[in-house]
Design a binder for this molecule. Structure first.
Ligand code: PBG
Length: 334
């Protein structure tokens, strides 16, 4: 006897595929592997020195020798790249962030040390002035304004110095207009045509950066906010226009930052541009999860892995995350 439409619909069973572990694995649409991870690490002067960061349990600032060890561990875990963020001696910070132009500054010393000892890891360096300025802004401050073009000029010179030291990918996190093109030109002119650019294409004026500012020591310094150069959290189309410009100017990869509050942006960027697309699961996202874990609200492994899948599902090719070594370890134990 022929079944009615109602009967056919009633016999549908979405739960069939969810019945067994093997069938769930078989139909899984997204997955995470160590290959998807970039590990941001905080660096400091000194030797055999590690400092904890109150708001970021299990994350430390490391001196160059320990950063080399961290890079070695990353390679052993199958993590393709690290991204370095310096906590610069306060005495070296000034209005223009001039220490960024010291070829032997903390970032460049660590890059050289890691490249010499761990040649198989990719090194991503942040080119931004905030760890170097005494006001905590990402640009040169004049009469209460962040100067765009003067900042871009400094960033382009700093990028060349970072590439000279051995950086594989330059990642400008400052959001000045025109910086990608200027950095590309400067790198090419200096013979660094092979060095890539990962643009922080959509960086939002977010409250989730708080713990990072403790980590690099800019929190107490920052005067005002970064709303004149980072994107307003209310905007989506603007993020796409910004990303389009960065790609036109020569970005090889694009990033959305922060991550979890902006999964919609990741999806739109990936669909629109089909570029290698990354998310930065920022310090505040890390601290939020760890605070929940410490309070006993979450199962640590579950929520960390779920957050990784969320990024992959949204369209990310990779994720910058302070959880990178934890995730890679969990994956290697599976
Ligand atoms: C600034 C910069 C920020 C982060 C990295 N570089 C944001 C800021 O301090 O305004 C945030 C990283 C994080 O929160 O994990 N160039």
């Amino acid at each position: 006897m022929k079944r009615s439409v109602d009967e056919i619909v009633a016999s549908r069973r979405m739960r069939r595929n969810r019945r067994f572990d093997w069938s769930r694995r078989l139909v899984a649409e997204s997955s995470i592997s160590a290959n998807d991870l970039i590990w941001p690490i905080f660096i400091i002067d000194g030797e055999n020195k590690r400092e904890s960061i109150a708001a970021m349990p299990d994350v430390e600032r490391l001196s160059a020798d320990l950063a080399v060890e961290a890079a070695r561990m990353a390679v052993d875990l199958g993590i393709p790249a690290i991204a370095t963020f310096p906590n610069v001696d306060l005495k070296l910070r000034d209005n223009d962030g001039s220490e960024i132009l010291n070829p032997d500054n903390l970032i460049n010393r660590v890059t050289r040390a890691v490249k010499a000892e761990v040649p198989d890891i990719g090194i991503i360096t942040d080119v931004a002035l905030d760890p170097f300025t005494d006001h905590g802004h990402d640009g040169i401050l004049q009469h209460g304004e962040i100067l765009n073009d003067a900042t871009v000029e400094t960033l382009a010179r700093a990028a060349v110095l970072q590439a000279d030291a051995g950086a594989d990918i330059i990642a400008p996190s400052d959001m000045m207009d025109g910086r990608i093109g200027a950095i590309r030109d400067a790198l090419d002119e200096a013979g660094h045509a092979q060095v890539a650019i990962m643009s922080y294409a959509t960086k939002y004026a977010s409250g989730f950066y708080g713990p990072y500012r403790e980590a690099v020591g800019t929190g107490g310094l920052l005067k005002g906010d970064k709303k004149t150069y980072y994107i307003d959290p209310a905007n989506t189309d603007e993020a796409l226009r910004e990303t389009a410009l960065d790609i036109e100017e020569g970005a090889d990869m694009v990033m959305v930052k922060p991550g979890m509050p902006y999964l919609d942006i990741i999806r739109r960027v990936k669909d629109e541009f089909e570029m290698p697309t990354f998310a930065y699961q920022v310090s505040g996202e890390y601290s939020m999860i760890m605070a929940g874990v410490e309070k006993g609200f979450f199962d640590e492994e579950r929520v960390i892995m779920e957050s990784m899948l969320a990024f992959k599902r949204a369209g990310c090719d990779g994720i910058l995350t302070y959880f990178a070594p934890k995730v890679a370890k969990l994956l290697s134990e599976q």
